[in-house]
Design a protein around this ligand. Structure first.
Ligand code: ZN
Length: 191
């Protein structure tokens, strides 16, 4: 059987392990288990996990959580817009599942350097599955702000089967926050 780590460095695997740690924290909190870390100059500078249920906000994906940690920090530190852009251009994201269209667009506009992801996101993936927002070529369907996106290098399949089994364990245990199905009606027998 082909090794999952093939073609990836031990550093790649070590950072993805940290993203998985975040994903497992999400699972423990009954969130869809997706986690990520942002690495700059060989160091983890932010991490995030999915918090959509806790925040009741469908946009609070792991990537957005990690990005916001940095934006808030760099704002506090008084960094200029160009310094923020320079920092993002040196960041590598490790995320357990392919960024969705929303996150991929955000990462592209911020000008992140590179993304490694685990499994594909076949419903909402923005890095090849549905749209290819990591590629810098202009997309005629998308205009305005998003057309300023810079694109980034993107590699999937890093610990993909672990990512799939984590997601599967979430959906198999059942999402307690999902709307409950209506109780089956017991049909009364005609008297
Ligand atoms: Zn997302």
């Amino acid at each position: 059987m082909e090794s999952e780590g093939e073609g990836f460095s031990s550093e790649n695997l070590a950072f993805m392990e940290l993203a998985f740690h975040q994903a497992k924290l999400a699972l423990e909190s009954l969130e869809v288990p997706v986690g990520c870390v942002l690495v700059k100059d060989g160091k983890v500078i932010a991490s995030g996990r999915n918090r959509t249920t806790e925040t009741r906000n469908a946009a609070r994906h792991a990537e957005m959580e990690a990005i916001d940690v940095l934006l808030e920090k760099w704002q506090r530190d008084g960094l200029s817009k160009s310094e923020v852009a320079e920092n993002f251009s040196r960041c590598i994201l490790y995320v357990t599942c392919e960024p969705c269209i929303m996150c991929a667009a955000a990462l592209s506009i911020l000008g992140i350097k590179e993304v490694y992801y685990g499994c594909a996101n076949e419903k909402f993936g923005g890095c090849g599955s549905i749209l290819s927002l990591h590629s810098s070529c202009s997309d005629p369907l998308i205009s305005g702000e998003v057309s300023q996106r810079k694109g980034f290098k993107c590699t999937g399949g890093l610990m993909a089967s672990e990512a799939v089994s984590l997601l599967r364990s979430f959906y198999e245990q059942g999402n307690p926050n999902a709307p409950k199905p209506h109780r089956p009606l017991v049909e009364k027998e005609a008297a």
